[in-house]
Design a protein around this ligand. Structure first.
Ligand code: PEP
Ligand code: MG
Length: 754
C-alpha cells in the first residue's frame, strides 16, 4: 500500500501519540506535519486552517519555508488550497503549477514541487481547513494515498474542533470553527434565551481511530449493522404503526439500511485500518460534504436518513442507548436538536431550560406546540445548526425574531442580557396585576380567559389570574401520544383538567384535527387543499365514533360539575344541530349507565368559517355561547393561508373588513343575549385587543404569556373613547384599509401600553 514507513495505520498510531504529548499546540502541529511527510514519502506537508474571515492561514509546514507559517493566507477559492476548501473535495495533481488555479506564493518556496495532493479537513460536512502533501518529482498519487490523507485529516479536524489552535493563529483572527455566528430561523415560541448548548442527541465523538485488529473491527462493524437493521425492523413491525405516510418513510429508511453501496463504503473504510466507529464517521463526513451542496429537497432528506443511520450505528458500536441522558442537565441549558418528538422536550428539567433551537422543525411542528405550552423560547428551521455548534457553546436565541447567536460577541451578549432583564422586570410587573380585576378606566369589566392544550398549561391559570380556560384544544393531547387515547384515558385526562383548574370553568373544544394538525397514528388523507378539507367537525360528523367517544369521556369526567363544550369549524347551523344530537345520545347513554350528568351543560360553536357570519340569527337561537376563532376566520375571509409567509402578512386583522365582520357578530350576539368570546391569537395582542374592546367584545381568551400585557392595556384604556374612535373609522371608509397606524397613535396619545 503506502510508502516504506508502514502505511496509514502506523501513521495514525504515531499521530495519536503526538496528540497525547504534553507539548504546545504549535509544536504538536509541527510534529504532525513531519510525521505525515515522512510516512507518505513527501517532501512537503502543510496544514492550512480556515479562519473566521474566510481566509486560509498556513498553520504548519514541513518542507516549505517555515517563515511563511502564520504569514501566508489565501481566500477560499484562491489557489489550489482555496479550491479544495471551496469544493470540499480532494485534489491530486502530477503537475500542479500548470493547473489553472495554481497561485504562486514566493514566500513559501514551493516552486520546486511538481506534484500536489490536498484534502479538505472536514467536520460534520463543514470545511475547517486543508491538508496538503507535495513532491518534487512528477508523480500520480494513488487512491490509497488519497484515502490515507483524508483519514489523517480527520484527526486534524478533531484538533481544530477542540479549540486548541485558537491561541496560535494570527492575533485577532478567530479560526472558523469558533467564530461568532448570527443565524436566522423562524420564530416558534416567544422569549429570549441565554445559555449554553446541550445537544439533544449528542454526537458520539470517536476517540479511537486506529484499529488494533483489522479483522475484529470488520466483525464489529458487521455485527452493528446487523443489530441496527434488526432494531429498525422491530420499529416498523411495532403493531401500532398502521399504513400511511409514516410507514412509507420508515420503509424507505429500512431500504437505506440495506443499501449495498453504503455498506461497501463502510467496509472499505474499515479496511484501511480504521476502527468501526471511525469508519462510520469517515463515510458520513463524505456523504454530508457531498449532500450539503445539494439543493434538491429529496436528496437533502436522504442526508437526514443517512445521518440517523450513522448515528444509530455509532450507538450500536458504543453500546450507548439512543435516548440522551437528561439526568444532569446544567443550568441555563439551550437544547439544540435536528428535530425532536413532541414528548422529548417534556423529559428535560424545565427549571434549567432557557431555550430550544431546531434545525428541521418549524412553527407548526408538534415540538413547537409543546415549547409554546411550556413557555420556552424557541426557534426553528435554523439551517445546519447541529454542525455549527459544539456541546457547551454559548448561545442566545430570540424567539420573537427567529435569530440565533452562536458564540455571541460580548456586545451582543450584553444587549441581550439587558433585553432579558427588561423582560423579567416586565413579567414581574404583570405578575403584580394578577389579582387586579381587568376593568377599563371607565369601569367596563373585561373577562380574561386562557387558552390551553396540555395539562402542563393549566398551572399558568394560577400564575396569570385567568378567570377560566376559554379554549382547551383537546387535539394537542392526541397529537403528543403514539396511539389514539382510549375512552378511560380521555376520561382521566379531562378529570385531571377539572381538578387542575380548581373549579374554574373549562371550555373544551372537541377534536380539531385535519389540515396541519395530523395525528401520527391516523391515516393521512391526501387532499389538494387540506385547510379547506376534511377537518375538525367534518371528521367528527362523518366518523361519529371518534366524536362520541370524546363526548362520552367528557360527560363522564364532568359528573356533577359544569361542562362547556364547543365545536370547531362549524359552517352551517345544521352541523351544530347534528353535533348536538350526538351529545343528547351520549347524555341518554350516561343516564342508562346510572352515571351522574354534569351539573350544567353548555354547548357552543367556534365562529371561524365565514358562512356562519350570515347565519348569525339562526345560530344564536340554538347555542349557549359563541367563541370567535380569528386565526381561521381571518385566513378564510381573505383566502390567505395563515401559515404561508408569502400571503399571511398581506392582510391585516386590524383592517376594516375584519373589524366590520366582528362588529356584526357582537351586535347579533348582544341582540340574542348570547355570551360571546374570542379565542384567536388576535385577542392576545394589546393593540388588537384594544380594537376588540372598542367594537364591543367583553371576553377574550389568549395564551398565558399574553394576559399580563393585555390586562395592562385594559387598565389604561377608556372603552367609550376607544369605541368612538374606532366606530368613526369603521363608518367612514378611508383609503387606508387598516386601522393599525391610527390605533397606534390613539394608544400613544392616551398613554395606553400596547
Ligand atoms: C382559531 O382558529 O382562531 C382558533 C383559536 O383555533 P386554532 O388556532 O386552534 O385553529
Ligand atoms: Mg381554528
Amino acid at each position: 500500500m503506502l510508502g516504506p514507513l508502514g502505511g496509514p495505520r502506523l501513521l495514525l498510531r504515531r499521530l495519536r501519540e503526538v496528540m497525547a504529548e504534553p507539548i504546545s499546540p504549535q509544536e504538536r502541529l509541527d510534529k504532525i506535519v513531519t510525521h505525515i511527510a515522512a510516512n507518505m514519502v513527501a517532501e512537503v506537508c502543510s496544514v492550512y486552517v480556515l479562519r473566521a474571515d474566510e481566509r486560509l492561514e498556513l498553520f504548519a509546514t514541513e518542507g516549505l519555508n517555515r517563515d511563511a507559517v502564520h504569514l501566508t493566507t489565501m481566500r477560499a477559492g484562491e489557489g489550489l488550497v482555496g479550491l479544495i476548501a471551496e469544493t470540499a473535495e480532494p485534489l491530486a495533481l502530477a503537475d500542479a503549477q500548470h493547473h489553472p488555479s495554481f497561485s504562486y506564493r514566493p514566500e513559501t518556496g514551493e516552486e520546486i514541487y511538481s506534484s500536489f495532493l490536498g484534502v479538505p479537513i472536514l467536520r460534520g460536512g463543514n470545511t475547517l481547513g486543508v491538508l496538503v502533501v507535495q513532491n518534487r518529482a512528477r508523480r500520480l498519487y494513488s487512491e490509497e494515498e488519497i484515502e490515507a490523507l483524508q483519514t489523517t485529516a480527520m484527526l486534524l479536524a478533531e484538533m481544530i474542533a477542540s479549540g486548541e489552535l485558537q491561541s496560535i493563529g494570527l492575533p485577532d483572527e478567530d479560526i472558523a470553527l469558533r467564530r461568532s455566528l448570527a443565524l436566522q430561523g423562524v420564530p416558534i415560541a416567544d422569549g429570549v434565551g441565554l445559555g449554553h448548548v446541550v445537544l439533544h442527541e449528542p454526537r458520539i465523538i470517536v476517540k479511537q481511530l486506529v484499529a488494533e485488529d483489522l479483522k475484529k473491527e470488520l466483525e464489529r462493524l458487521d455485527t452493528a449493522i446487523d443489530a441496527m437493521r434488526k432494531s429498525i425492523d422491530s420499529l416498523i413491525e411495532d403493531g401500532d404503526m398502521g399504513p400511511g405516510e409514516h410507514r412509507e418513510v420508515l420503509e424507505a429508511f429500512r431500504m437505506f439500511a440495506h443499501d449495498q453501496g453504503w455498506i461497501r463504503r463502510l467496509r472499505e473504510a474499515a479496511g484501511t485500518g480504521l476502527t468501526a466507529e471511525a469508519a462510520v464517521e469517515r463515510v458520513q463526513n463524505d456523504a454530508r460534504a457531498r449532500l450539503q451542496r445539494q439543493t434538491d429537497p429529496y436528496m437533502r432528506e436522504r442526508l437526514h436518513d443517512l445521518d440517523e443511520l450513522a448515528n444509530r450505528l455509532l450507538h450500536e458500536l458504543t453500546g450507548r442507548s439512543m435516548v440522551a441522558a437528561h439526568a444532569d442537565l446544567p443550568d441555563n441549558s439551550i437544547i439544540v436538536a435536528r428535530s425532536m418528538g413532541p414528548a422529548a422536550l417534556l423529559d428535560y428539567d424545565r427549571s434549567k431550560l432557557r431555550g430550544l433551537v431546531l434545525e428541521d422543525a418549524g412553527a407548526s411542528s408538534h415540538v413547537a406546540i409543546v415549547a409554546r405550552a411550556l413557555g420556552i423560547a424557541a426557534v426553528g428551521k435554523v439551517a445546519n445548526i447541529i454542525d455549527l455548534v459544539e456541546q457547551g457553546d454559548a448561545l442566545i436565541l430570540d424567539g420573537a425574531t427567529g435569530t440565533v447567536h452562536v458564540r455571541p460577541t460580548p456586545d451582543v451578549e450584553h444587549s441581550y442580557a439587558e433585553k432579558a432583564r427588561l423582560r423579567a422586570r416586565r413579567q414581574e410587573q404583570y405578575h403584580k396585576l394578577r389579582d387586579q380585576p381587568a376593568i377599563t378606566k371607565d369601569g367596563v369589566p373585561i373577562e380574561i380567559n386562557m387558552n390551553a392544550g396540555l395539562l402542563v398549561d393549566l398551572q399558568h391559570m394560577e400564575e396569570t389570574g385567568a378567570e377560566s380556560i376559554g379554549l382547551f384544544r383537546t387535539e394537542i393531547q392526541f397529537m403528543v401520544v403514539s396511539k389514539f387515547p382510549r375512552m378511560h384515558e380521555q376520561e382521566a385526562l379531562y378529570k385531571t383538567a377539572f381538578a387542575a383548574t380548581g373549579g374554574k370553568p373549562i371550555t373544551f373544544r372537541t377534536l380539531d384535527i385535519g389540515s396541519d394538525k395530523v395525528l401520527p397514528y391516523m391515516t393521512k388523507v391526501e387532499e389538494e387543499n387540506p385547510a379547506l378539507g376534511w377537518r375538525a367537525i367534518r371528521i367528527g360528523l362523518d366518523r361519529p365514533g371518534l366524536l362520541r367517544v370524546q363526548l362520552r369521556s367528557m360527560l363522564r369526567a364532568s359528573g356533577g360539575r359544569n361542562l362547556r363544550i364547543m365545536f370547531p369549524m362549524i359552517a352551517t347551523v345544521h352541523e351544530f344541530e347534528a353535533a348536538k344530537v350526538l351529545v343528547e345520545h351520549e347524555l341518554e347513554h350516561l343516564a342508562r349507565h346510572g352515571r351522574a350528568p354534569p351539573a350544567d351543560l353548555k354547548l357552543g360553536v367556534m365562529l371561524e368559517v365565514p358562512s356562519l357570519l350570515w347565519q348569525l340569527d339562526e345560530i344564536c337561537e340554538r347555542v349557549d355561547f359563541v367563541s370567535v376563532g380569528t386565526n381561521d376566520l381571518v385566513q378564510y375571509l381573505f383566502a390567505a393561508d395563515r401559515d404561508n409567509k408569502l400571503v399571511a402578512s398581506r392582510y391585516d386583522s386590524l383592517s376594516v373588513p375584519v373589524l366590520r365582520a366582528l362588529r356584526r357578530v357582537v351586535r347579533k350576539a348582544d341582540a340574542h343575549k348570547v355570551p360571546l368570546s374570542l379565542c384567536g391569537e388576535m385577542g392576545g395582542q394589546p393593540l388588537e385587543a384594544l380594537a376588540l374592546l372598542a367594537i364591543g367584545f367583553r371576553s377574550l381568551s389568549m395564551s398565558p404569556a399574553c394576559i399580563g400585557p393585555v390586562k395592562a392595556m385594559i387598565l389604561a384604556a377608556d372603552a367609550a373613547d376607544a369605541a368612538n374612535f374606532v366606530t368613526a373609522l369603521l363608518d367612514t371608509p378611508e383609503e387606508n384599509l387598516s386601522l393599525r397606524g391610527a390605533l397606534h397613535k390613539f394608544a400613544e396619545t392616551h398613554q395606553i401600553p400596547v
